[in-house]
Design a protein around this ligand. Structure first.
Ligand SMILES: Nc1nc2c(ncn2[C@@H]2O[C@H](COP(=O)(O)OP(=O)(O)OP(=O)(O)O)[C@@H](O)[C@H]2O)c(=O)[nH]1
Length: 691
C-alpha cells in the first residue's frame, strides 16, 4: 500500500477513562461516524467492535488494547484502545507509549475518578497531550462545571472549555461552540444523528461570553502577537484560535474541554473535529530517541519515510481469523511484506509476512507500512511486547519499557496429560502477550504457578485458559507473592570438604552478606586478590549463590535486595572444582540468611475506597481490621474518599465485603505500592501454612 496520507495527517490517539465512563461507547460511536462517512450505506450491528473478546463483554470491561484505523475530514485516525482497570495499568502504559495524544473520557456525573487519576498521571509520565470529553451529560446528576472543577482539584489539570452544555440530564440538547460562538443541537438521538447549527440560546449568552473570554485569554497567553492584538481590542479569528488551542495541547499549556453523550449520539462529531484540530501528528511529536545497536550511542529517528526503518511492538494478541498478531507502530522509514528485519532487542531476524490494517469490522491486507502507521503483523517468531524491529543495516533499539513485579500468584494443576500439554502451549502464548503475567514452576512441589498484578488479572487468565484453550485444570486459591530479605550484615566462612576415597571435593568461601537498599536488587562482588579462590571457580560461586536466591530459608520465597561480597577463600590443587565451590557458596549463603535474621516481606497495596458518607465508619473499621493504615479521608462530591495502605494478603475478596457493607454503593481501586516487613505473628502463620 502506497502512502495515502501525509504523516502530518495522522492522528494516533488513545481513549482513556475510568471504568464505565463510556470509553467503549465513545469509541464505537467514533467508528460509526467515521465509517458511515467513509463508506456510505454500511450499517454497524452487533456488539462492541473493540471488545472482541467474550470475556470482556461479559465482565463489561475493556482489557485488551487493540488499534483501529478510521478516517475523518481527510485525516487518518488510528485509535488505540486503552484498558481502564487498575489491574491492567501495564497495558495502559504500553499503549500510552505508542500514541501521540489522548482523549480522556469523564463521566459527567463523577468527574475525575480514581482510575482517571491513575491514567492521567501515567499520561503525564509519558508526556501525552490530552483533550477531555465530559460524557454522559444526559445522565441524572450530570454536572459539567463540577466535572471541570474536578480536573483542577484531583489531577491539577488546566481545563479550558471549548464548549458549554445546552440543557442537562434528560434535557441535554447539544453544545455551545465557544470558538465559533454558535450552538450545535442534536434533534435526534439515534446512532449517526447529525446536528443543526443554531444561535446560542439567550439564557446561555452571558455564560458563553464569560467562558469565551476565558478561552481567548488562555490562548493569547501563548503568542505575543496575538496577545498584543488582544490588548489592542482585536480578538483572534476562529482559525487562529484553533491553532492556538493546538499549540496549547502540544505544549501541555492547558486541557481543552468538550462535552456530550456518546450513548445518545450527541457531541461525537465535534469530538472528532477536535481530535483532528488539536491532537498532534507524529510530525508534531518529533523524533523518537533510541540507542544505536552497534555503538550504543544515542540516536534519533525522525517520523519520515526517508529515515531508516524502525518500529515498536506494543501488543500481541490472538486474532480469531489470523492467529497471533503483533501490533506495531512504525516510527520511521518503511517496511514491505516479504522482507527480513532485525529484532534489535533480541538480536534476532524476523521475516515480515502478512501485514494487516485493522478497521472497525474488517481487516485489510497491506503490502507496505510507512512512518506513523499502526499495523498488525501475523506470525512473527520471536518478537515480544516492547521489542524494536528495524532495518538490519541501520539498527536501533527504541526505548525499552519497564514492567512492575507481579504480586499475586496461583497454582494450577491440569487434570490430564492432554491438558498438561494444552496448558504449556497456552501459557507460553499468554506470557508472550502480557509481560506483567509470569509463569514459573514451584521447585519443591513441581506445580505450575501463575503470577500477576491482582486477583482479577489472574481470574481473567484462568478464564481464557479454560474457555479459549479448553484446558481442564484445578486452580488453587490466590497467594501473596512474598519475598525474603535479611535484616543485618553478617560474615560467614564455609568449607566444603569431601576427601575420603576417590576424587575429593574442596572449596572454602568467606562471604560478607548484607541487606541492599529496598528495590536495589541482588548484587555480587568478588574482592579476591592473589588467587585465594582461582578465577575459574568464581562462576561456580555465583551459581551456588543464585540457586539460593530463588527460594529463601523462611518459606521458600525469592530473596531480594541482597549484597554478597566474596572476600576470601581457599582451594586445593587436586580436589577443587567449580562444583565444589558451588556447593560451598550455596551452603554459605544459606547459613548467612539464617544468621542475618531473614524476614518475610509482603506487598502493601495503596487502596482508595469511595463511599457514601453513611458507611465511612464501617469502611474504616473494616480496613483497620485488615491491618490497614488509614492515610486520610476527603470529600469528593457527596462521597467520602478513604485512602489506606493495606497488605495484599488481607484484600482477597474485598470487593464482596465492600459491596455488602455498603449495599453496593461503595467502590474501590488498589495498586501495588511497596514491600514491607510482615509482623512476626503473621509471618509465623504464613510459615506454618506453607510448612
Ligand atoms: N447515560 C449515558 N450512559 C452512557 C453514556 N456512555 C456510556 N454509557 C453507559 O455507561 C456504561 C459503560 O459504558 P462503556 O462504554 O462500556 O464504558 P467503558 O469506559 O468502556 O467501560 P470499561 O470498558 O469497563 O472501561 C454502559 O452501560 C453505557 O451504555 C452516555 O453518554 N450516557
Amino acid at each position: 500500500m502506497a502512502r495515502t496520507h501525509a504523516v502530518e495527517d495522522y492522528r494516533n490517539f488513545g481513549i482513556m477513562a475510568h471504568i464505565d465512563a463510556g470509553k467503549t461507547t465513545t469509541t464505537e460511536r467514533i467508528l460509526f461516524y467515521t465509517g458511515r462517512l467513509h463508506r456510505m450505506g454500511e450499517t454497524h450491528e452487533g456488539a462492541a467492535t473493540m471488545d472482541f473478546m467474550a470475556q470482556e463483554q461479559e465482565r463489561g470491561i475493556t482489557i485488551t488494547s487493540a488499534a483501529t484505523t478510521c478516517f475523518w475530514r481527510g485525516k487518518r485516525l488510528n485509535i488505540i484502545d486503552t484498558p481502564g482497570h487498575v489491574d491492567f495499568t501495564i497495558e495502559v502504559e504500553r499503549s500510552l507509549r505508542v500514541l501521540d495524544g489522548a482523549v480522556c473520557v469523564l463521566d459527567g456525573n463523577q468527574g475525575v475518578e480514581p482510575q482517571t487519576e491513575t491514567v492521567w498521571r501515567q499520561a503525564d509520565k509519558y508526556d501525552v497531550p490530552r483533550i477531555v470529553f465530559i460524557n454522559k451529560m444526559d445522565k441524572i446528576g450530570a454536572d459539567f462545571y463540577k466535572s471541570v472543577a474536578s480536573i483542577i482539584d484531583r489531577v491539577a489539570g488546566k481545563p479550558v472549555c471549548l464548549q458549554l452544555p445546552i440543557g442537562a440530564e434528560n434535557n441535554f440538547k447539544g453544545v455551545v461552540d465557544l470558538i465559533e460562538m454558535r450552538a450545535l443541537v442534536w434533534e435526534k438521538e439515534e446512532v449517526g444523528a447529525d446536528y443543526t447549527v443554531v444561535e446560542i440560546p439567550a439564557d446561555l449568552a452571558d455564560k458563553a461570553a464569560e467562558y469565551r473570554t476565558k478561552l481567548v485569554e488562555a490562548c493569547v497567553e501563548l503568542d505575543d502577537e496575538a496577545m498584543n492584538n488582544y490588548l489592542e481590542g482585536v480578538e483572534p479569528s476562529a482559525d487562529a484560535l484553533r491553532l492556538l488551542v493546538r499549540k496549547a495541547v502540544q505544549e501541555r499549556a492547558f486541557h481543552p474541554i468538550l462535552c456530550g453523550t456518546a450513548f445518545k449520539n450527541k457531541g461525537v462529531q465535534p469530538l472528532l473535529d477536535a481530535v483532528v484540530d488539536y491532537l498532534p501528528s507524529p510530525v508534531d511529536r518529533g523524533a523518537i530517541k533510541g540507542i544505536d545497536f552497534k555503538t550504543e550511542e544515542e540516536v534519533v529517528r525522525m517520523p519520515s519515510d526517508d529515515e531508516p526503518f524502525s518500529m515498536l511492538a506494543f501488543k500481541i494478541m490472538d486474532d480469531p481469523f489470523v492467529g497471533t498478531i503483533t501490533f506495531c507502530r512504525v516510527y520511521s522509514g518503511k517496511v514491505e511484506s516479504g522482507t527480513t528485519v532485525l529484532n534489535s532487542t533480541r538480536d534476532k531476524r524476523e521475516r515480515v509476512g502478512r501485514m494487516l490494517l485493522m478497521h472497525a469490522n474488517n481487516r485489510e491486507d497491506i503490502k507496505e507500512a510507512c512512518a506513523g502507521d499502526i499495523v498488525a503483523l501475523a506470525s512473527l517468531k520471536d518478537t515480544r511486547t516492547g521489542d524494536t524491529l528495524c532495518d538490519p543495516n541501520k539498527a536501533v533499539i527504541l526505548e525499552k519499557m519497564e514492567f512492575p513485579e507481579p504480586v499475586i500468584e496461583i497454582a494450577i494443576e491440569p487434570k490430564s496429560k492432554a491438558d498438561q500439554e494444552k496448558l504449556g502451549l497456552a501459557l507460553a502464548k499468554l506470557a508472550n502477550e502480557d509481560p506483567s503475567f509470569r509463569v514459573s514452576t514451584d521447585q519443591e512441589s513441581g506445580q505450575t504457578i501463575l503470577k500477576g498484578m491482582g486477583e482479577l488479572h489472574l481470574d481473567i487468565k484462568v478464564d481464557i485458559l479454560r474457555r479459549t484453550y479448553k484446558v481442564d485444570a484445578n486452580v488453587g486459591a490466590p497467594q501473596v507473592a512474598y519475598r525474603e530479605r535479611i535484616s543485618k550484615k553478617v560474615e560467614v566462612d564455609y568449607t566444603h570438604k569431601k576427601q575420603s576415597g576417590g576424587t575429593g571435593q574442596f572449596g572454602r568461601v568467606k562471604l560478607i552478606v548484607e541487606p541492599n537498599e529496598p528495590g536495589a536488587g541482588y548484587q555480587f562482588e568478588s574482592q579476591i586478590v592473589g588467587g585465594a579462590v582461582p578465577k575459574e571457580y568464581i562462576p561456580g560461586v555465583e551459581k551456588g549463590l543464585q540457586s539460593v536466591l530463588g527460594a529463601g530459608i523462611l518459606a521458600g520465597f525469592p530473596v531480594v535486595d541482597l549484597k554478597v561480597t566474596l572476600v576470601d577463600g581457599a582451594y586445593h590443587e587436586v580436589d577443587s572444582s567449580a562444583l565444589a565451590f558451588e556447593i560451598a557458596a550455596r551452603a554459605a549463603l544459606r547459613e548467612a540468611l539464617q544468621k542475618g535474621a531473614s524476614v518475610l516481606l509482603e506487598p502493601i497495596m495503596k487502596v482508595e475506597v469511595v463511599t457514601p458518607e453513611d458507611y465511612t465508619g464501617s469502611v474504616i473499621g473494616d480496613l483497620n481490621s485488615r491491618r490497614g493504615q488509614i492515610q486520610g479521608q476527603d470529600m469528593r462530591g457527596n462521597a467520602v474518599v478513604v485512602n489506606a495502605m493495606v497488605p495484599l494478603a488481607n484484600m482477597f475478596g474485598y470487593v464482596n465485603t465492600l459491596r455488602s457493607m455498603s449495599q453496593g454503593r461503595a467502590n474501590f481501586t488498589m495498586q501495588f505500592d511497596h514491600y514491607d516487613q510482615v509482623p512476626s505473628h503473621v509471618a509465623a502463620e504464613v510459615q506454618a501454612k506453607l510448612a
